[in-house]
Ligand binder design. Structure first.
Ligand code: CP
Ligand code: NVA
Length: 315
């Protein structure tokens, strides 16, 4: 296991499967406390409900504690360099979980922290979301090699992490975006080299959705892009997930959305609130898979707890 979890490429397909099994166990037992005596520092440069709540609650359920550090107080990259923030927090805490705009802030922190750094979403990717989404697909009995996942909408952080998932686990992934809103070209090129099935980019949602097992979408304007909302509404008008689009998918297909959602924009209310929607399983599974991730990462770093153990051994 790598020290940090900045992207899906920090884990292997078999490590993902081990985390699924661990999450199954953690779901059943509240008596496992691998984070006893440990502290997670949570930094958020952007709003969050699911990610912040599931990390804070998950750390507590694993026996640890967390401190939330609002970025207005830290000034990550402005008041203080990411290197110094990382070195400092490595003296206080055992894990850093950070949601940032620029992905490079995570990379700089990871390079200088002696403790694990976890990407809680950046402009580039959202790996915690996608490992939990894979667990949800598995929960619904659809996670077989070659499962057809169709992402419809903006080629954003969530789409990029789906593409990276296709590099480590054999999904058949199709990404349908309007022209000009394609996912990151470098991420795609790197993933294509490793993917078991070619990752297909399309500008035609109906054909992309045909026979899919999973139809997935996300907001058209991500956090930080609010001023582009009006333009994007026009550009994405043909990319709404509605009953017509769902009819293209397999008869047993599920609908997924990372949330928060805008009913009537990227998804029709009848779909997101309908029988095929698994959005609250997805949200719940953030907790279980992040607990599995934290359990795996807890002893990868040299945080205060590890140092305390060394000091105790010297006494
Ligand atoms: N899906 C997700 O990451 O939600 P939040 O932005 O509320 O954390
Ligand atoms: N793409 C969205 C995901 C939110 C969980 C955003 O970055 O705002």
């Amino acid at each position: 296991m790598n020290k940090d979890f900045l992207s899906i490429l920090d884990i292997t397909g078999s490590e993902l499967e081990e985390m699924f099994s661990l999450a199954d166990e953690l779901k059943l037992s509240r008596h496992f406390r691998p984070l006893e005596g440990m502290t997670a520092a949570l930094i958020f440069q952007k709003p969050s409900l699911r990610t912040r709540a599931s990390f804070e609650i998950g750390v507590a359920q694993l026996g640890g504690q967390s401190v939330h550090l609002a970025d207005e107080g830290i000034g990550l990259g402005v008041r203080e360099t990411p290197e110094d923030v990382a070195r400092l927090l490595s003296r206080y805490a055992d894990l850093i979980v950070a949601r940032v705009f620029g992905h490079e802030l995570l990379e700089q922190m990871a390079a200088h922290a002696t403790i694990p750094v976890v990407n809680a979403l950046s402009d580039r990717s959202h790996p915690c979301q996608i490992i939990a989404d894979m667990y949800t697909i598995r929960q619904h009995g659809l996670l077989a090699p070659g499962v057809r996942v169709c992402y419809v909408g903006d080629g954003n952080n969530v789409a990029n992490s789906w593409i990276e998932m296709a590099a480590i686990w054999p999904i058949r992934l199709t990404v349908a975006t309007p022209e000009g809103y394609e996912p990151d070209a470098e991420i795609l090129a790197a993933a294509q080299r490793q993917a078991a099935f070619p990752i297909v980019l399309s500008h035609h949602p109906a054909s992309a959705a045909r026979n899919a097992d999973v139809i997935y979408t996300d907001v058209w304007a991500s956090m930080g892009q609010e001023q582009e909302s009006a333009t994007r509404k026009k550009d994405f008008a043909q990319f709404q997930v509605n009953r017509g689009l769902m009819a293209q998918a397999s008869g047993s297909a599920i609908f997924m959305h990372c949330l928060p959602a805008h009913r009537g924009e990227e998804v029709e209310a009848e779909v997101i609130d309908g029988a095929r929607s698994v959005i609250f399983d997805q949200a719940e599974n953030r907790l279980h898979m992040q607990k599995a991730l934290l359990t795996r990462l807890a002893h990868c770093g040299q945080g205060t707890q590890a140092l305390r153990h060394e000091q105790l051994a010297l006494l």
